[in-house]
Design a protein around this ligand. Structure first.
Ligand code: GLY
Length: 337
């Protein structure tokens, strides 16, 4: 088992290891009322285990998928807490992927002006990215993540045993975010990913997650509120989010495609074999529709200009403010390849 201390506010521990769930109360203070939020795709024995570790657990099972990241699901959770007389001394535990984590974190941050929040991510993507750094949100009026808070959890528990039940495509999506962080911030990690087979990477997953979380820690500790450096985590996301809205690709798959236009030729030549090995998309043949409008409406735009993160060399990045024409030209190059 490995532990990383994230130093924002009072700080919190992130535990990464095998079979941690069964001792959840060793890592978190569950000796109180606990709202355990999970979704209907997560094996119910995981949430049962957390409930058994809690003094008084109330379980909320939401439908799997982005649709649940809504005001109405939030309201349902808040009702549950109020009905069950949760006080400021009680807590919320998220058990699932990014949707469950973002929604539950937001719920914890607003119930009685904030109760303790713990995150138990069960997808590779949420272990390396969304569970760390305190972003919480629901979608609102058709736009992603427009209502939310920065609210750090009290602790994060990454039990890698839960990855055994994760569908392959979801696992690949987690790898997309790991590749993303290594490309901009850790060339050694990228080389490690490059040199190992997918099976070897999975055998070494505790270390791979650990190294990815170390990158995320270094970024969010320096820029919690995404005023500058944290934008690097959006590498691949500007174009990726637009593809996500016009295709059936999953989030991580869109990030994989979204990184390609942002890379120089030498970088692309190293990235493509890695994407192929992980079974992530690496060409634009199934991407259709006009991405420009969707990119312009992305919340990360600044006036007429949009921040993009470029990767000129593995392990480095450039944050550039560009107009949409420049992004269109970069995408065109990928489509024509
Ligand atoms: N997932 C991007 C961030 O945490 O900023």
């Amino acid at each position: 088992m490995r532990k990383i201390d994230l130093n924002i506010g009072k700080g919190y521990p992130i535990y990464i290891g095998k079979d941690l769930l069964k001792n959840a109360n060793k890592y978190f203070n569950l000796n109180r009322k606990v709202l355990v939020v999970t979704d209907d795709n997560i094996p119910s024995n995981y949430s049962d285990t957390v409930c058994h570790n809690s003094k008084e657990a109330i379980k909320a099972v939401i439908p799997n998928g982005e649709e649940s990241k809504s005001m109405s699901t939030l309201e349902m959770l808040l009702y549950k807490m109020q009905e069950n007389k949760f006080t400021r001394g009680d807590c919320v535990v998220a058990l699932g992927g990014g949707v469950v984590g973002d929604l539950s974190g937001f719920c914890a941050s607003v119930y009685m002006r904030g109760v303790d929040f713990y995150n138990i991510p069960t997808t590779l993507l949420s272990m390396v990215d969304s569970s760390v750094g305190g972003k919480t949100a629901v979608n609102f009026a058709g736009l992603k993540n427009t209502v939310g808070t920065f609210y750090q959890p009290k602790g994060v528990l990454c039990d890698i045993s839960t990855l055994k039940t994760l569908p392959e495509r979801q696992l690949n999506c987690g790898f997309a975010e790991i590749i993303k962080m290594s490309m901009t911030n850790d060339s050694d990690l990228f080389t490690l990913i490059e040199n190992k087979s997918k099976k070897e990477l999975l055998d070494d997953i505790e270390n791979v997650i650990f190294r990815s979380v170390i990158i995320k820690k270094s970024v969010v500790e320096e820029d919690e509120k995404e005023l500058g450096l944290r934008r690097v985590l959006n590498f691949g996301h500007t174009v990726g989010h637009a593809i996500e809205q016009t295709s059936n690709y999953y989030h991580g798959e869109c990030v994989a495609l979204g990184m390609l236009p942002m890379c120089g030729k030498a970088v692309k030549d190293r990235l493509i074999p890695v994407l192929k090995k992980i079974s992530l998309p690496f060409e634009y043949k199934n991407v259709s529709g006009d991405l420009s409008d969707l990119i312009i409406h992305d919340k990360k735009s600044a006036g007429d200009k949009i921040h993009i993160i470029l990767c000129p060399e593995i392990g480095c990045f450039e944050d550039k403010l560009v107009d949409i024409k420049e992004i269109e030209a970069l995408i065109k190059e990928c489509i024509e390849k």
